[in-house]
Design a protein around this ligand. Sequence first.
Ligand code: A2P
Length: 273
Amino acid sequence: MEYRQLNNQVDIPTIGFGVWQTKGTETTQAVLDALDAGYRLIDTASRYGNEEAVGAALTHASVPRSEIFLTSKLWKEDYGYEQTLQAFATSLKKLQVTELDLYLLHWPIEDTKNLLDAWRAVEELYDQKKIRAIGVSNFNKAQLEYLIAHSRIKPMVNQIELHPTHAQEATLQDMSDLGILVEAYSPLGHSADLDHPVIQELAAHYSKSPAQIILRWEIQKGIVPLPKSVTPERIKENIAVFDFALTPEAIEQIDQLDTENRINKNPDDIVLH
Ligand code: A2P
C-alpha cells in the first residue's frame, strides 16, 4: 500500500474502502473482503448505522488493528461538547476499538456555537491521542476558514463528494492552499460516471476498467478516493490501480468532464451564523 502524509505527519493510505449504504453482515463481509484485497483504510460513520458491523469485521480480520487506518464521523445531531465526547465513546464501543485513526465532523451546521464546541471536544480527544488525525467532511472554503479562525487545531482532512462529473477543481485548490488533504466519497459518481464515453475510451486504451481509470485519475491528483462496493470482484478491481499511470493528457481529458453534477447535498446551502 502507498501512503500520503497529512499535515500532522501521520501517514494515510492513498486509497480507502467506503461502507456508506451498506448494512449488517453485508458490511462485515465487504470489510473482510477489502482487507483481504489489500485495503488498509476503512471509512465508516455513526450515521451509516454500520459501525458494529465494521467492528465485527475488525475482530475477525487477520490484519492487525495497528495496520488499519480506521475512520468514523460525528453526526451533526451529536454536536456540542459533552455530546461529542459521548458520541465518540459510543463509536469506539461499536467499532470495538480503543482509538480512531481519523475522526471527522460529518457536516457543517448553521449553529456555530455547537459546531465549535464539537470541534473543541474533537481537539481534546486528539490531544489525548484517542484520535491520530482529525478533520471535517462536506465543508466548503468559507466554513473551513471559519472553523480554522475560531479553533486551535487545523483539520488534516476534508472529505467531499468528488468524481469526474463533479471534479471540485476550485475546492481542490483551496484545500491545497490550506494544507488539507481531500478524500473523495462517491468517487465513481455512484457508478454513473463509469458510463461516460471518455472514461470508456480511456479504459479501452489502457486495458483497464472504467473504475480503475477514474480511481487512478483521483490518486494522481493527490486525492484519496473511498470507493464503495459489496461485490468481491469489484473490491479487488478497485484497488488494482498501482501498476499503471495515466498520462498528463489523459488526466486533462478527464478534467474536462466536470459538469458540476452533484449527487448529494450542497454544503453551500448551509450558512453559518
Ligand atoms: P456494488 O456495491 O453493488 O458493487 P461510489 O463509491 O462512487 O458511491 O460508487 C458505488 C457504486 O458503484 C455501487 O453501486 C457499487 O456497486 C458500484 N461499483 C463499485 N465499484 C465498481 C466497479 N469496479 N465497477 C462497476 N461498479 C462499481
